[in-house]
Design a protein. Structure first.
Length: 244
């Protein structure tokens, strides 16, 4: 039977990464010599199987963490900062979703609004780091390159900042127990579940794809504010991302 030569690497971290325009390179195979083919929009179970899907949450389930206090958009206020710390030519970070569960409502807040900005200079520090883990228990325990910080200290924007997305998460007063789910690049995964704006519900917001390249300080900030609020909200939180 004819055979093909290549690299057997079920885990993506065990397969070499070749630069663009490289000379002919050997194909990658799964553990039973199936050719590894990744579709343009992969089923994320494939990413999980190869060890490139990570999730991170707040440290203590059931206990919220105080977020930033903002009644209007501010470039120096963010609920989350995400930074790809891989070097030039390293894996890119593809943000899949962000989940926020409200545990303390912003005092006097009348709604929740959100924006996403992108930048390429060092801006985030302090805050609460999120330790993301590989969802595949068979995969090597390698920490992701993506640094995720909840309620970071954010420096002023650089000259090349990009305004990537804008959304109204809820146009009524936030309620403890509300769940806000941001789905990046897809709206098929789940739907909003809202019985009434005055009781806790799930609010699903479709977002554009979010990709952070390797090298430099390629980062994204998730800005959240609540009009008329006088005190900061608290959240439990979760982030899902792919690196490859």
């Amino acid at each position: 039977m004819p055979t093909a030569d290549g690299i057997i690497a079920r885990e993506v971290m065990n397969a070499p990464k070749f630069p663009d325009n490289a000379a002919a390179t050997p194909p990658r195979f799964w553990s039973r010599r199936e050719v590894a083919v990744m579709p343009v929009m992969p089923d994320f179970k494939v990413s999980a199987d190869e060890g490139s899907y990570f999730t991170g949450t707040n440290a203590t389930f059931g206990t919220g963490v105080v977020g930033p206090s903002a009644a209007a958009f501010a470039a120096t206020s963010a609920i989350l900062g995400l930074l790809n710390k891989s070097g030039i030519g390293g894996p890119r970070s593809f943000i899949d979703y962000i989940r926020l569960i409200l545990t303390a409502a912003p005092t006097s807040g009348t709604r929740f609004d959100l924006a996403v900005t992108l930048d390429t200079i060092a801006r985030q520090s302090a805050g609460t780091p999120i330790s993301a883990v590989d969802v595949n228990t068979d995969a090597s325990e390698i920490a992701p390159n993506t640094q995720v910080i909840y309620a970071p200290t954010v420096a002023a924007a650089g000259p090349n900042v990009r305004q990537s997305a804008r959304a109204a998460l809820k146009v009524a007063a936030p309620v403890v127990g509300d769940e806000y789910l941001l789905v990046f690049g897809s709206v098929e995964k789940s739907a909003s579940l809202i019985a009434s704006a005055t009781v806790a519900g799930r609010y699903v917001t479709p977002m554009p794809p979010l990709v952070l390249g390797g090298g430099g300080f390629q980062q994204a900030f998730i800005h959240l504010w609540s009009a008329s609020s006088t005190a900061a909200p608290s959240f439990e939180f979760e982030v899902g991302l792919i690196e490859r």
